[in-house]
Design a protein around this ligand. Structure first.
Ligand SMILES: Cc1cc2nc3c(=O)[nH]c(=O)nc-3n(C[C@H](O)[C@H](O)[C@H](O)COP(=O)(O)O)c2cc1C
Length: 304
């Protein structure tokens, strides 16, 4: 059987639904030793801001049952260094590059997008309005419907390339945010970013993270993420990229049935950086066994 693993995110066609999630593979260089990037659907960069950011002081990461907490605080090289020093490496690969952008002001989102859109290697933008680990921007935007609408609208006018709005799960009703993104010109939404969490050391009574709270990721958040994807899928007609706790091909299928057109792999890259490539192969096996000719037919195929 000839299996078609390709999926569409707006005008962007991916050879398969497997994308690498922002912040878990840097700018692609380290993971390229473990997984053939040319076999993946897309790579998403670490969040980029206009100027370089150091991020939060350590301790920035701690393990939790079935997951991890991180409070990196959007450490990144900044747009200028990214274009000069990171793009040349990424150009070597035949895989769509999605630039994730984070900012403290609406103007900064627009400026970043306008600068990066000139680089033809960049095929789409993922707008991070949902980072729980920075004081300005991040969740202040992600929790505010008007801000999400305004950012989407302004970024839309700065690029012709597809725009994906990365939504926060730390809201009571995520579908309203997906609707605001769609109505203001987004091509897709990705869901979810991390959930706010914390952990204490019971001897010192201090938080395990210097930032006190961090973003929870990994298998612990998968059922929450799938519920959010389903909520959006039932309420809003927009492509959804599912993210949260994917550990194997079965999780990918589950996310697709719940409404995802594609998915992103995050925490798993720290456990097994060769996993994304293996998952692509395994998806083909599932389709073969289940007589699914086009994997895209699984999207929102739930029976409720
Ligand atoms: C260490 C770490 C750093 C992250 N950095 C970013 C980031 O810079 N921008 C962003 O949009 N999401 C970031 N994320 C969130 C992931 O892209 C993803 O949404 C989240 O981890 C849930 O997926 P997972 O459970 O598969 O890891 C980060 C996650 C981790 C674990």
């Amino acid at each position: 059987m000839n299996i078609d693993l390709s999926v569409k995110i707006g005008s962007l066609t991916l050879r398969n639904p497997i994308m690498l999630a922002s912040g878990t593979v840097g700018y692609g260089n380290e993971i390229s030793e473990f997984t053939d990037l040319n076999k993946l659907g897309a790579i998403v960069t670490k969040s980029l801001s206009l100027k370089p950011r150091k991020g939060n002081p350590p301790q920035r990461i701690t393990e939790t049952p079935a997951g991890m907490l991180n409070a990196i605080g959007l450490a990144n090289v900044g747009v200028e260094v990214f274009l000069k020093e990171k793009i040349p490496f990424l150009k070597k690969f035949d895989v769509p590059l999605v630039c994730n952008i984070a900012a403290s002001t609406i103007e900064e989102y627009v400026e970043c997008t306008r600068t990066l859109t000139r680089e033809e290697t960049i095929k789409a933008f993922e707008i991070n309005i949902s980072c729980p680990n920075v004081r300005e921007g991040g969740l202040i935007f992600g929790n505010d419907l008007n801000a999400v609408a305004k950012i989407t609208d302004k970024v839309r006018s700065a690029t012709d390339k597809p725009i994906i709005i990365k939504l926060s799960p730390n809201v009571s009703y995520i579908a309203t945010f997906a609707k605001a993104a769609k109505e203001n010109g987004a091509d897709a939404v990705s869901a979810i970013n991390t959930l706010v969490g914390t952990a204490f050391n019971i001897i010192t009574r201090k938080p395990k993270l210097q930032n006190v709270t961090g973003g929870l990721s990994g298998p612990a958040i998968k059922p929450v993420a799938i519920a959010k994807v389903l909520e959006i899928s039932r309420e809003v007609d927009i492509p959804i990229i599912g993210i949260g706790g994917i550990m194997d091909w079965k999780d990918v299928i589950e996310f697709m049935i719940a409404g995802s057109s594609a998915v992103q792999i995050g925490t798993l890259n720290f456990i097994d950086p060769s996993a994304p490539g293996k998952i692509v192969k395994d998806l083909e096996g599932y389709c073969e066994k289940m007589s699914v000719e086009k994997i895209s037919s699984l999207t929102a195929s739930y029976i409720l």
